[in-house]
Design a binder for this molecule. Structure first.
Ligand code: SF4
Length: 332
């Protein structure tokens, strides 16, 4: 695979570095009252605010309960410490045999391809992840790649993060080239929110390496609400599909964002219009700082049961929970 030459600064990287990273600016840009500021500052200290312009443009102004705003605005509630909500809810620390690699499930391995994200989602289960300890250098990547080379039962490499597409195309093309040289690896799966958050990320440089790999390509987008999918996202999805990428979506069921049947049905319909199949609807991982997003299981089951009355089967996401130590996601 040809590694692209280092490029000065593609448009998506400029958007990434220009993201709003200050609660006062976020409130001001959206015409919100300064009364929200003390709570926003409290949450920001725990997990900094980060919202790129392309996402900000889809948030309705003067609307404190906007479902997209709720995903990115820090709140004072994040400082609460309800029992059962912890820093590492999936106990990933127990599954890191080498730096930058998580091996939880048979046949597939997750690589932390980037320690950063384009957006900071308040409900993120990795909001306390020790990225600084898991950002391998090029030499340390060889250790992770050796792990893949030495285990022929591994058929799928999953690029995760942070957001893997926050890494440069040069880095991703190199990593993909190393992975595709391992004969027993068949699939490359990329979990990302960047095509939604900064659709310009799906540019020619990315498509150049992605479309030429021999690996089967699956991209799992993380979209929680239909308002996240505007025409720029639809166009980005079309470019990915043209490059031979299978597009799936996983959402998190979030209080105040998508916890009603009409919103979930509209999300599935809108995803399909964009060429993306709904895949999982996760209940919230009990991460410290996100308890205010929690929807109890009994309510989640009732929502999904009612959703079946509104959608064809192929548009129904599977309601699941990730339980530490289990060999796969657990259906509810
Ligand atoms: S993009 Fe994904 S990893 Fe990054 S903050 Fe959002 S949920 Fe977490």
């Amino acid at each position: 695979m040809r590694i692209p030459a280092a490029e000065a600064s593609p448009a998506w990287q400029r958007q990434l570095s220009g993201a709003v990273r200050n609660p006062a600016t976020l409130l001001k840009r959206l015409g919100l009252e300064p009364t929200h500021l003390p709570g926003a500052n409290t949450g920001h200290v725990l997990f900094e605010v980060r919202v790129p312009e392309a996402y900000l443009s889809r948030i309705a102004p003067n609307t404190p309960n906007d479902p997209l705003l709720r995903q990115v605005l820090p709140l004072g509630e994040e400082a609460l410490t309800p029992s059962g909500f912890v820093n590492d809810p999936l106990e990933e620390a127990d599954h890191r045999p080498v730096k930058g690699l998580i091996h939880k499930y048979a046949g597939r391995v997750l690589l932390i391809a980037s320690p950063t994200c384009a957006i900071n989602c308040r409900y993120c289960f990795r909001r306390h992840f020790p990225y600084a300890d898991n950002a391998p250098s090029r030499a340390q990547w060889q250790e992770a790649l050796d792990y893949l080379r030495q285990d022929p039962s591994i058929h799928e490499a999953i690029l995760s993060g942070g957001d893997p597409l926050a890494a440069s195309d040069r880095q991703l093309a190199w990593l993909t080239g190393e992975i595709e040289a391992i004969p027993h690896i068949k699939r490359l799966r990329i979990h990302t929110r960047l095509p939604v958050v900064i659709p310009d990320r799906i540019d020619d440089a990315l498509l150049a390496w992605l479309s030429t790999t021999r690996l089967q390509k699956v991209m799992v987008l993380h979209i929680n609400h239909a308002n996240e999918i505007d025409q720029t996202v639809v166009d980005a999805c079309a470019r990915l599909k043209k490059a031979g990428v299978t597009l799936l979506n996983q959402s998190v069921l979030l209080r105040g964002v998508n916890d009603n049947v009409a919103m979930l049905a509209t999300l599935s319909e809108r995803l399909f219009e964009a060429g993306v199949l709904p895949y999982y609807l996760h209940v919230l991982d009990p991460v410290q700082g996100a308890a205010h997003f929690d929807v109890p299981d009994i309510e989640a089951r009732a929502l999904v049961s009612e959703l079946r009355n509104h959608l064809p089967g192929f548009l129904m996401p599977r309601l699941v929970r990730e339980i530490p130590g289990e060999g796969s996601k657990t259906p509810l």
